[in-house]
Design a protein around this ligand. Structure first.
Ligand code: GDP
Ligand code: MG
Length: 165
């Protein structure tokens, strides 16, 4: 079976952007307004040379009845991740910094027996990398700073994922 990698995190941290960036094409809807992703987004990531393949899942905004109920969205993401993922990408936003909902997501992942990679997104410039330090404890030691818009650290992130499949 093809291993599954689930992207989780509070709204607007860049989950759908990360999904599209890793997929190399625009599949998920990226929007400035929170809670916009409506469909289950799944795609196959494959690299012939490196000989790996995994299914990537954007869990954000799935099946929310009430788009204002962010807690329900996050709960649903975690449920999906727990039910399907071999590796979890916990996405945070270094520009807004740590928010209570980030704490909630991390808390819900804490007991899980699956690798969790902390993806500190929106580190658009190298000097912003140190902003990620406040999220350190979420990562269980595995953390990477990226920028989906500035194309920073994509291959390093892929390497971290593939090592854990
Ligand atoms: P989601 O709700 O977690 O799926 O987040 P989206 O992928 O829809 O992105 C939310 C907003 O963050 C959009 O306006 C994106 O353009 C923006 N965004 C995503 N990645 C980056 C990044 O690396 N740097 C910056 N500056 N903005 C980003
Ligand atoms: Mg989204």
């Amino acid at each position: 079976p093809i291993p599954k990698v689930a992207i989780v995190g509070r709204p607007n941290v860049g989950k759908s952007s990360l999904f599209n960036w890793l997929a190399g094409r625009r599949l998920a809807i990226v929007d400035d307004f929170e809670g916009v992703t409506r469909d289950r987004m799944t795609t196959l990531i494959r690299d012939e040379d490196e000989d790996y393949a995994f299914e990537l899942i954007d869990t954000g905004g799935l099946g929310i009845d009430d788009p204002d109920d962010l807690t329900a969205d996050v709960r649903h993401q975690i449920e999906l991740a727990i039910n399907s993922a071999d590796v979890i990408l916990l996405v945070v936003d270094v520009q807004t910094g740590l928010m209570p909902l980030d704490e909630m997501v991390a808390e819900r992942l804490r007991g899980l027996d699956r690798p969790v990679i902390l993806v500190a997104n929106k580190s658009d410039q190298p000097h912003q990398d140190n902003l990620a330090s406040e999220f350190h404890r979420f990562g269980r030691g595995i953390m990477i700073t990226v920028s989906t818009t500035q194309n920073r650290n994509r291959s390093d992130l892929l390497e971290l994922i593939v090592e854990r499949l």
